[in-house]
Design a protein around this ligand. Structure first.
Ligand SMILES: Nc1ncnc2c1ncn2[C@@H]1O[C@H](COP(=O)(O)OP(=O)(O)OP(=O)(O)O)[C@@H](O)[C@H]1O
Ligand SMILES: [Mg+2]
Length: 328
């Protein structure tokens, strides 16, 4: 059941019980910094009600893209629409309906969590009654209550991150934008934040996040776009991306580079990624591929062999990561 603010309807939503809608639409968006093109003719659609992940190596243009979406940075060309509104023309209307957590935390260090929440509530022009009830609700939702009265500078990184997300939820945003929300958090805090984000999505919020954690992207995101050098190089549901970009299974082995061509001479179609001495080969049946290579006399260290399901890490490496690769 969506929460009250969703049921009142602040815009079109998708997901169970909602009509399809596009919350964020980037059309041919480019961003130039002096002689550097950080984002290049980027097309992106974020459907309502989903958790959408932006992945990409350092410097790929993820943060720059998010900044253009929430209107603090103007595209050099192209258009960005959020909730159907042109961000360049209606930045305030757009910002009032979204929440943002940046790579850097945005709180005031000398104030406590509860005081920070109140400051954000006033910034959003909520009534004092609403500020109080919303702050209490968010202290519970992000499990901050035990530390609510400490100055934020005395909180650990994990608590500061939770507070950052609480602040971005103060105005009950329809769209939540999170730039690396779980970077530097311990595994338990990450898991609990994932739970909170799933809960928000289940209530009908749309989430757009960046992450360098492939497991996070795979488990949390319904859809992903992978950026490299300012362009979208692949987009889709995590499982589809794995199947389309690599294959369902991976065969990892240590094979000297000079042996690769002869051993795999007629296997041009086998997608692969090399990371130093290690070669990852992708197949729908990695065990059968391994049997074929063994029949050919191997040449690889048998102890180095791993057969495993392919994952997003493989997709990421294949699309963005390595100099040497072959296959289709
Ligand atoms: N204000 C700026 N002035 C000049 N160059 C910038 C500015 N902001 C970003 N850039 C450049 O634009 C490119 C993309 O940066 P961006 O911060 O969007 O990358 P990112 O994908 O978020 O990387 P990371 O994973 O490291 O956070 C980089 O080359 C960066 O140096
Ligand atoms: Mg960034």
């Amino acid at each position: 059941m969506p929460p009250e603010w969703v049921r009142k309807g602040q815009g079109a939503r998708a997901g169970p019980g909602y009509a399809h809608a596009v919350i964020v639409e980037c059309r041919q968006v480019s961003k130039r910094f002096a002689d550097r093109l950080a984002v290049r003719e980027l097309d992106l659609e974020v459907p309502a009600g989903l958790c959408f992940g932006l992945l990409g190596p350092n410097g790929a243009g993820k943060t720059t893209t998010l900044k253009m979406i929430y209107g603090v940075s103007r595209p050099s060309s192209g258009s960005v629409r959020v909730f159907g509104l042109d961000v360049a023309r209606s930045p305030r209307e757009v910002r009032a309906r979204l929440g943002v957590t940046l790579q850097e935390n945005a709180h005031i260090e000398v104030l406590s969590s509860i005081e920070n929440l109140r400051v954000f509530g006033r910034y959003h022009r909520l009534s004092e009654v609403e500020i109080e009830s919303r702050s209490q609700e968010l202290l519970d939702f992000l499990e901050l209550r035990s530390h609510a009265d400490l100055p934020v500078r005395a909180l650990s990184g994990g608590f500061q991150r939770r507070l950052a997300i609480a602040l971005s939820l103060m105005n009950r945003p329809e769209l939540l934008i999170l730039d690396e929300p779980t970077t530097g958090l311990d595994p338990a805090v990450r898991l609990s934040l994932w739970e909170r984000l799933r809960e928000l999505r289940a209530r009908g919020s749309t989430i757009l996040l960046t992450t360098h954690y492939m497991d996070e992207a795979e488990r949390l995101c319904d859809r992903l776009a992978i950026l490299a050098e300012g362009r979208v190089v692949a987009e889709g549901a995590p499982k589809d991306l794995i199947r389309e970009v690599v294959a369902s299974e991976a065969l990892e082995l240590e094979l000297p580079e000079e042996r690769e061509a002869s051993l795999l001479s007629d296997l041009h179609a086998v997608r692969r990624v090399r990371a130093g001495r290690r070669l990852m080969l992708y197949s729908e049946d990695a065990a059968a591929l391994l049997a074929t290579l063994r029949e050919r006399g191997g040449g690889f260290d048998p102890h180095s062999v791993v057969v495993r399901p392919a994952d997003l890490e493989d997709v990421f490496l294949k699309l963005t990561g390595t100099k040497l690769e072959g296959g289709a």
